[in-house]
Write a protein that binds this ligand. Structure first.
Ligand SMILES: [Zn+2]
Length: 196
């Protein structure tokens, strides 16, 4: 039987962060669930501790996968419980820090988009618009948002009309990403609803 080398704390949190602290099977987040690290290919079957073989899983989903070894061996239950509580608290703290960091990044990116809107289509984003932009950036990478400003600019729009058009393009991009189609295709569909 293959010996399990434990996944380092650093790697664990790297995987959690990559997976947005979300169980990849059921979508659960702390504190509702305690997160574990799941091996895609079990160690017993030659799986490694490499990042591409690791996945964030909640305890229930992890335990449900009979073929997959548990994240940690737990020799003494009471000690295990203490470690699990500590781990749960650390996860929650790290998750909150992650959310704050993610939020700060989105707010900064919203400002970048607003500056480009102002420069290219003379639209001055209100504080409400900035909140809307920050919300969009949850699902829209910054480069895509900037591209939406360029698309709006190429339409020759300005002021409030430009903002409305930009929002339309941005949401179309978000929808396209969800459906796995290109922006071009999504814009085509939007402009010609019959084309499918
Ligand atoms: Zn789960």
């Amino acid at each position: 039987m293959a010996r399990r080398k434990p996944v380092s704390t650093r790697t664990r949190f790297e995987v959690f962060k990559r997976d947005a602290f979300t169980c990849q099977y059921c979508g659960g987040n702390p504190p509702a669930v305690v997160l574990h690290i799941d091996h895609i290919t079990p160690v017993s079957k030659g799986g490694t501790n490499g990042l591409d073989n690791l996945l964030t899983s909640c305890q229930d989903c992890n335990l449900g996968k009979a073929d997959v070894p548990l994240s940690d061996t737990r020799p003494v239950p009471s000690r295990a419980t203490i470690l699990e509580l500590r781990e749960a608290r650390e996860q929650l703290e790290a998750y909150q820090a992650y959310l704050m960091e993610e939020r700060a990044t989105r707010e900064a990116n919203a400002t970048v988009v607003a500056e480009l809107l102002y420069r290219q289509v003379s639209y001055k984003a209100s504080s409400t618009n900035l909140v809307e932009l920050s919300g969009m950036l949850k699902d829209l990478p910054l480069a895509e948002a900037l591209d939406a400003v360029d698309i709006t600019t190429r339409r020759g729009l300005a002021h409030a009309a430009a903002w409305r058009y930009f929002c339309g393009v941005a949401w179309t991009k978000i929808k396209a990403a969800r459906e796995g189609i290109s922006t071009f295709e999504a814009l085509e569909r939007r402009q010609n609803p019959r084309v499918n």
